[in-house]
Design a protein around this ligand. Structure first.
Ligand code: NDP
Length: 241
C-alpha cells in the first residue's frame, strides 16, 4: 500500500500544490479543507487524473474535538499516516494598536492551536507504525524576522517553529522527522491583497515565489531522501532573510 500523507488546508494555495506534488511522487494524499468543498473535490479530481489515490477530510483546525474525532475515525478506518503537513493557516493583519482581540484569537487559534489539534491525535498512531515517518509544519518569514501589521501572525508562526523543534526531539528516536518550512511572499489568495511592488522591495530575487517552489521542498522533506534531516527550519523566500 502507498504511504499516506495528510495535508491540512489543501483545497487551495500552497496546500493544494503540496497535495498534487506528493500525489505525483506516489503518495496517497489525504486532502483537507474547512469550507471550500468544491475546491477540495477539484484537487481530488486532479489527483485522480494523475492516476493517484486520495480521500478528502473536512474539519476546522480550530475545533479540537472535531479535529480529533475526524482524524481518529480516518485512522481507525484506513490506518496511521506516514506523513503530515500542517499547512492550514490564515492572516488577519492590522497595526497592533488597532488589532482587535478577535483578530488576535483567530490567528493564534488557526495557526498555532492547530499544531496541537491536528498533531496530537495523529502522533501516537504514527509511532505505533514502528516505521520512519515525516511531519512538516508551515511557518512563515514573519515568524523568523517579524512583519509590520502581523504581530498576531508572527507570534503564531514563531510558536510553530519552537513547537516543531521540541516535537522533533521527542520523536527522533522513533525516526519520525519533524521539520518546518518558512515561506516568504508566495502568490496565493492569502497574498493577493498585498501591494506587490512594496513586497518586492524586500525580496532579493525581486519576484514573488510560486506555490510549486514551496511544494518542491515539502516533497523532499516528506521523501525518504531527507532521512537524516530533523528539527530544521528551511526558508523558501528568494533571500528575504
Ligand atoms: P490560502 O488562503 O490560499 O489557503 C488556506 C488553506 O487553509 C485553505 O485550504 C483553507 O481551507 C485552509 N484553512 C484556513 N483556515 C482553516 C481552518 N480554520 N480549518 C481548516 N482549514 C483551514 O493560504 P496559503 O496557501 O497562502 O497559505 C498556506 C500556509 O502557508 C499557511 O499556513 C500560511 O500561513 C503559510 N504561508 C503563506 C505565505 C504566502 O505568501 N502565501 C507566506 C508564508 C506562509 P478552505 O479552502 O476550506 O477555506
Amino acid at each position: 500500500m502507498k504511504d499516506v500523507v495528510l495535508v491540512t488546508g489543501s483545497s487551495r494555495g500552497i496546500g493544494k500544490a503540496i497535495a498534487l506534488r506528493l500525489a505525483k511522487s506516489g503518495y496517497q494524499v489525504v486532502i483537507h479543507y474547512r469550507i471550500q468543498q468544491k475546491e477540495a473535490d477539484a484537487v481530488q479530481e486532479q489527483i485522480n487524473a494523475l492516476g493517484g489515490q486520495s480521500r478528502v477530510l473536512q474539519f476546522d483546525v480550530t475545533d479540537r474535538e472535531q479535529a480529533r474525532s475526524v482524524l481518529n475515525e480516518d485512522i481507525n478506518q484506513n490506518g496511521a499516516y506516514y506523513g503530515v503537513v500542517c499547512n492550514a493557516g490564515i492572516t488577519s493583519d492590522a497595526a497592533f494598536p488597532a488589532m482587535t482581540g478577535e483578530q488576535w484569537d483567530n490567528v493564534i487559534h488557526t495557526n498555532l492551536d492547530s499544531f496541537y489539534n491536528v498533531l496530537n491525535p495523529v502522533t501516537m498512531p504514527m509511532v505505533r507504525r514502528r516505521k520512519p515517518g515525516r511531519i512538516v509544519t508551515i511557518a512563515s518569514v514573519s515568524g523568523l524576522i517579524g512583519n509590520r501589521g502581523q504581530v498576531n501572525y508572527s507570534a503564531a508562526k514563531a510558536g510553530i517553529i519552537a513547537a516543531t523543534k521540541s516535537l522533533a526531539l521527542e520523536l527522533a528516536k522513533r525516526e519520525i522527522s519533524v521539520n518546518c518550512v518558512a515561506p516568504g511572499f508566495i502568490e496565493t489568495e492569502m497574498t493577493d491583497q498585498i501591494p506587490v511592488e512594496e513586497a518586492l522591495k524586500l525580496i532579493p530575487f525581486r519576484r514573488a515565489g510560486k506555490v510549486e517552489e514551496v511544494a518542491a521542498l515539502v516533497n523532499f522533506l516528506i521523501s525518504p531522501e531527507s532521512s537524516y534531516i530533523t528539527k530544521q527550519v528551511i526558508a523558501v523566500n528568494g533571500g528575504m532573510c
